[in-house]
Write a protein that binds this ligand. Structure first.
Ligand code: ATP
Ligand code: MG
Length: 263
């Protein structure tokens, strides 16, 4: 049983309706295809990179896994649990650090983490919460209100929130956007330790040197399709340089949907 599996996953976002009157009309146009027949298996213990340019479909794929959006076709599972039919077990197995900063401004950091623990049925979770706070340099912010934190600090709390229920699979959607060098280092040390303990890590980032340093395997998405999937070492060896060179070569070799449509 793999940690994560996507089988022929496609996602078409419904066409935009014009105003509330659009609700009562049939949809105009075919909608937007964000994912196109994505099949991918990630094994337990992997540190996996999901790369691609803006709009490639990375966050959409993660949203399908987290149950935040439903695939139009295909199926996805976490630790063998189907994300639709067995969603509670799938959610318990997964921790997602979202790309967008989302937080509740009425609570302190500790309250936020206790509430998140409660969602997963953990009543007395303070020992683990304290350990996470220490590892993310948040101990002295524990009793601060969320709205009083800087952007980078809020992002650290999002990482902490994803970890409170000790999920075996952790997905980080651009976790280092806007965070300082110090946190990057401590975050990667902490996440690498979790990986060494057996947690599966899936990372999306536009900092390709991070992916090169950390990830054993890499998938590249373009226009909703997987255009490369291999060990990070093999991708680099084929490009004869580093992961950024491999990325540029692979992206340039793939026609965009637009040019295909024009052909
Ligand atoms: N709710 C939505 N409705 C319509 N289109 C959407 C929706 N969410 C995403 N899209 C479109 O799907 C495509 C893929 O978006 P997605 O957020 O998955 O990209 P991404 O690879 O995560 O990009 P980035 O690197 O910028 O985060 C984009 O063209 C986006 O505009
Ligand atoms: Mg994204």
């Amino acid at each position: 049983m793999s940690a994560v599996s996507f089988e022929h996953v496609s996602k078409v976002f419904a066409p935009r309706t014009l105003g509330w009157r659009g609700l009562f009309r049939p949809p105009t146009g075919p909608g937007f295809q964000a994912l196109d027949d994505v099949s991918l298996t990630i094994e337990h213990g992997e540190f996996f990179a999901l790369l691609g340019p803006n709009g490639a479909g990375k966050t959409t794929l993660i949203s399908v896994l987290a149950g935040l959006c439903q695939a139009t076709q295909g199926r996805a599972s976490v630790c063998g649990h189907d994300v639709v039919n067995d969603y509670q077990a799938a959610r318990r197995s997964l921790g997602v650090v979202p790309q967008e900063l989302v937080y509740d401004p009425f609570f302190t950091v500790r309250e936020t983490l206790r509430i998140q623990s409660g969602y997963f049925g953990f009543r007395h979770n303070d020992d683990w919460i304290d350990e996470i706070l220490a590892n993310l340099g948040l101990t002295d912010k524990a009793d601060e209100n969320m709205r009083a934190l800087s952007g980078g600090m809020k992002r650290r709390v999002l990482v902490a929130q994803a970890l409170v229920h000790r999920p075996p699979v952790i997905v980080l959607d651009e976790p280092t956007a806007g965070v300082d060098v110090d946190l990057r280092r401590s975050l990667w040390e902490f996440i690498s330790r979790l990986n060494a303990k057996g947690h599966t890590i899936i990372l999306t980032t536009h900092y390709l040197e991070e992916a090169e340093m950390l990830c054993n395997r890499t998938a590249m998405l373009k226009g909703g399709r997987i255009v490369a999937l291999d060990t990070t070492k093999a991708l680099i060896a084929r490009a004869g340089g580093n992961l950024e060179q491999a990325f540029v070569q692979i992206m340039n070799a793939q026609p965009s949907k637009f040019s295909e449509a024009q052909a």
